[in-house]
Design a protein around this ligand. Structure first.
Ligand SMILES: [Fe+2]
Length: 382
């Protein structure tokens, strides 16, 4: 039989998990923690809520939040400078994928040295990292559990995916209450990111029974609870479900990797700084159409997980139901069908398509991809 590998952090999940942050850091032997966040999360008050338990545990801390969405290589290096000069011995990412990925990248560079671009690709990390603790606040990125960090290479204007088991956080504290301060659009975008993770991981060439169970449950939860999570900011039942959907989708993607949607959306994020979840949400249905013939049974199972009636349908019609359900869900929560007008010239489209061909996520896409196919898929959403 084949060998399966599955990595995961220690996970503490539930309303109130944030209060466990001090004790969690103590268990990891931390003395002074470098908190990485972003201005929006700071304003929402989640960093302020993390500080008292850290103080009560007798720990010292530094707060740093000089990052933007789609975190850039120079931001990571600035954070690293601060980390080193303040003598911290652990990182704590509080926020969405940007904060957590930046925290991971700082931890990586603090012991491995070099430039963050030296670590692009799989398994380039040589030295052990300081402890990493993650507190996600967006229910989408999955960065709180993945072995990946995504950082924009500003020179090449593309996103670098860094993959290493060392990037799996030591402890992940997932507190659904943190989702109650997100606005509608961010909730919709990040929720669609989580759904994209689950769907891409489920049809990935590297999917295993260990990732399938996570992916299918994430698809089920996102289908049932994303609309109410978008329309009602304070519905805690929906927030619990979306926090779990994001977690399970993250576990699936960390271990089965992704596919063509992410290979393409990484380019839109890298070159145009487009919000990651929004780019995925717009690309997902067309890429599903493209992949359908290569994963027809699995698309049928996705349709079932999305509460579609597939009994008696042909395999193709059942699979098609999954795509219809994704389109309907995206429409219900206000996702656009086309990319916003960002001045994509023919020349830029060719560059984006060529760059997508070398993105690590393309390796596990269920269908073999040619550059012309990607060009067509980008053109279809213009
Ligand atoms: Fe993603």
């Amino acid at each position: 039989m084949e060998l399966y590998k599955f990595v995961s952090p220690e996970i503490i999940f539930g309303r109130g998990a944030l209060e466990q942050v001090g004790e969690s850091l103590v268990r990891l032997g931390v003395k002074k923690v470098f908190i990485v966040s972003d201005p929006g999360v700071m304003e929402a008050g989640w960093v302020d809520k993390a500080v008292p338990p850290i103080k009560e545990a007798g720990l010292d801390y530094i707060i740093w939040h000089d990052i933007t969405s789609n975190p850039k290589d120079h931001e990571v290096h600035k954070g690293l400078e601060k980390y080193l000069e303040t003598g911290c011995n652990a990182v704590l990412g509080i926020g969405g994928g940007s904060s957590i990925d930046t925290a991971k990248a700082i931890a990586l560079l603090s012991t491995n040295g070099g430039h963050i671009s030296d670590f692009e690709g799989a398994d380039k990390v040589q030295q052990a990292l300081p402890p990493i603790v993650a507190v996600p606040t967006t229910a989408g990125s999955g960065a709180e559990v993945t072995q990946l960090a995504v950082v924009t290479n500003t020179k090449r204007q593309m996103k670098m995916v860094i993959g290493s088991k060392s990037l799996v956080p030591d402890i992940s504290l997932i507190d659904p209450r943190t989702l109650t301060t997100k606005d509608k659009q961010l909730t919709a975008n990040t929720g669609m990111d989580a759904l994209t993770h689950a769907i891409e991981a489920y049809v990935s060439l590297a999917a295993t029974p260990l990732t399938d169970i996570q992916a299918l449950n994430a698809i089920k939860l996102a289908t049932r609870y994303l609309p109410v999570s978008v329309s009602n900011r304070t519905n805690l039942e929906a927030k619990d479900a979306m926090a779990m959907a994001s977690l399970q989708a993250g576990l699936a993607l960390s271990n089965a990797i992704l596919g063509l949607v992410h290979a393409m959306s990484h380019q839109l994020g890298g070159l145009l700084d487009m919000p990651h979840g929004e780019a995925n949400a717009i690309l997902l249905p067309s890429v599903m159409e493209y992949n359908l013939s290569s994963a027809i049974e699995r698309f049928g199972s996705i349709a079932e997980a999305m509460d579609q009636r597939v009994f008696g349908l042909s395999r193709r019609d059942a699979a098609q139901k999954a795509i219809e359900a994704v389109r309907r869900l995206a429409k219900d929560i206000g996702i656009l069908e086309k990319l916003p007008e960002v001045g994509l010239t023919d020349e830029l489209l060719i560059k984006l398509s060529e760059n997508a061909m070398v993105d690590v996520c393309i390796i596990t896409n269920p269908k073999e991809v040619q550059v012309d196919d990607i060009l067509k898929l980008f053109t279809a959403v213009l």
